[in-house]
Design a protein around this ligand. Structure first.
Ligand SMILES: Nc1ncnc2c1ncn2[C@@H]1O[C@H](COP(=O)(O)OP(=O)(O)OP(=O)(O)O)[C@@H](O)[C@H]1O
Ligand SMILES: [Mg+2]
Length: 546
């Protein structure tokens, strides 16, 4: 175990010496009643906005504007620009520093909904700016209204937070926190992150200095609530990022406890965001929201059209050789390879390294330090191949990921959408390769529909697999109730489940086809001649990816 490890990516959050931080020391409050700094600081500014290379908008960014948007009744008019009147002067300044020139569609809607005091369920494709979509209205309202008073006669040392953002994985929580730090610069709002696997005492010390926006993974938050270190009594905003994942069976009990049993006010605003939202989870979401506005940019659960998708039929025992051959021809950029199990991730990483590919891996059995190191090596390009379980499937925004490979197919189409969405973000183009065989028949129909929707090449074997699948009762498909995706006449089912009729057509956005693969043999200089020793049972046994 890595005892004493601070768990910070950038060294920004848990400095050891001296005990100060970006947003001031001690739990001192500013005129808004928050705990952050309002004074500019060139060193902080440099580190937040100019040190790390961040994802820049790509050639298809403007095409986001052509995606049809479906909203439920009561949705205010969208804001088409960032202005002082809508988001405030300081947030606007920070967006200039971040080189954001205009809002993405989900942001155009989410800002006025949030400023109007509404709850919302927002669905928009991977990489289209949902993080800012929920952070902007939270920050803008907080700046306008200031903090609520802490309850009289408060017991103990707990930190009262104003906004709570929950995310399913530690790495995603850190990423949201880092975005929040940029948006909150000089606003006086202090964001803090807490997540499992990192030193809890250091996190407690951060909390002691005041936390206005807390980004958390559910397990660590429950732990801190039990220790009396976090108090939810004056929460005004609750955000569930990757909300469908947060409400599925794995997390739901913890979320229920946090939201319903720890004093969180009902008079709060609740925002749920994801690229996918199966209907049964939409139903469940209603338990946590008041009359909410539903916003869908494009079809709920649609894949990014900026990703070229290719599917190959490869038998289990041939996958390793196939991927090795493929990797020697990947032209440039970072390659993210998804496998089904933790054991499978270790196995593939080891094989790739044996063949001199610069690979590392990330999965739930690794220590947090190992996970963070692997991600850092990957982001910086020192290890441009990362083998991952689904722990890296959602939300991660890593510039320069040009190729996603599904070495093992996911078990459902929503996970496929999230995985391939690690590339082709903010209007950049990307590529996805999926290796499919007999084991993956259950996903065949949904995959075929998704490929058709995005005008991708349809392999013949997929059509045949779908034919066999329907005869043998496999792979219900979206219209047929597969994973609750509708079961109505609407081919793609999932949009606002409260809508009885499906009369609002969601027409298809036309993107120009991304360029075909260039080949650049032996970019990694790896040996590929021998067929690697291969164990067919690598993916069996431990079935948990997280
Ligand atoms: N208005 C904007 N202009 C330019 N870039 C933006 C804008 N909004 C967000 N971005 C950038 O777009 C990238 C993707 O954003 P983000 O991670 O929020 O996507 P997402 O919709 O949450 O994707 P996912 O579904 O994978 O979680 C980030 O690098 C972010 O900084
Ligand atoms: Mg996201």
């Amino acid at each position: 175990m890595n005892k004493g490890y601070g768990g910070s990516y950038s060294g920004r959050q848990y400095p050891r010496e001296p005990r100060t931080n970006f947003y001031g020391s001690e739990a001192r409050k500013n005129e808004l009643g928050f705990h952050g700094d309002t004074r500019p600081n060139p060193r902080v500014e440099e580190e937040l906005f100019f040190t790390n290379e961040s994802q820049t908008a790509g050639i298809n960014f403007d095409k986001y504007d052509n995606i049809p948007v479906e909203v439920s009744q009561g949705c205010p008019e969208p804001y088409n620009e960032f202005t002082v009147d809508t988001i405030g002067a300081q947030l606007l300044k920070n967006l200039v520093l971040m080189k954001y020139t205009k809002p993405t569609p989900v942001q155009k809607y989410s800002i006025p909904i949030g400023l109007n005091g509404g709850d919302m369920m927002a669905c928009a494709q991977t990489g289209s700016g949902k993080t800012a979509g929920f952070l902007f209205p939270v920050i803008a309202v907080m700046i306008r209204s200031g903090s609520l008073p802490e309850p009289e006669g408060r017991r103990g040392k707990g930190t009262y937070i104003t906004a709570l953002v929950l995310a399913p994985t530690r790495e995603l929580a850190v990423q949201i926190f880092e975005e929040a730090q940029k948006f909150c610069y000089c606003t006086g709002i202090r964001p803090v992150v807490v997540y499992g696997g990192a030193n809890i005492q250091l996190q407690q010390r951060e909390l002691d200095q005041g936390a206005d926006i807390l980004v958390a993974t559910p397990g660590r938050l429950v732990d801190l609530i039990e220790r009396g270190r976090v108090r939810l009594d004056i929460v005004r905003f609750l955000v569930l990022d990757e909300a469908d994942r947060m409400l599925d069976m794995g997390f739901e009990p913890q979320i229920r406890r946090i939201v319903q049993e720890e004093g969180m006010p009902i008079e709060r605003q609740t925002f749920m965001f994801s690229a996918t939202f199966p209907i049964e989870i939409q139903r469940l979401a209603g338990d946590f929201m008041r009359n909410y506005v539903f916003v869908a940019v494009g079809r709920v659960g649609a894949a990014s059209k900026d990703v070229t998708q290719r599917v190959e039929w490869v038998e289990q025992q041939d996958k390793v050789q196939f991927v090795i051959d493929f990797l020697t021809r990947v032209p440039e950029g970072l390659v993210l390879i998804f496998v089904e199990t933790k054991r499978g991730a270790d196995y593939l990483e080891e094989v790739l390294m044996r063949y001199n590919f610069p690979a590392s891996s990330i999965h739930g059995d690794k220590s947090q330090k190992e996970r963070e190191d692997a991600l850092k090596q990957f982001k910086t390009g020192r290890t441009p191949i990362l083998v991952a379980t689904d722990v890296a499937a959602r939300g991660l925004d890593i510039p320069n990921v040009t190729q996603v490979i599904n070495f093992d197919m996911p078990s459902n189409i929503d996970d496929y959408v999230h995985r391939i969405g690690r590339t082709g973000r903010v209007g950049n183009v990307g590529h996805a390769l999926s290796l499919m065989n007999e084991k993956n028949r259950n996903i065949a129909r949904d995959l075929m529909e998704l490929l058709e929707e995005n005008q991708q090449e349809l392999p013949r074997f997929l059509e045949r697999a779908v034919g066999t699948a329907s005869r043998s009762g496999y792979g219900g498909g979206r219209g047929g109730g597969g994973r609750g995706r509708g079961g109505n006449n609407n081919k793609f089912g999932a949009r606002d489940y409260r809508k009885e009729s499906s009369d609002v057509g969601v027409s298809k956005q036309q993107h120009s086809a991304p360029p075909p693969y260039k080949t650049n043999p032996s970019r990694f200089g790896a040996a590929t001649r021998q067929t690697p020793a291969y164990s067919t049972d690598y993916a069996e046994g431990d079935n948990s990816a997280w």
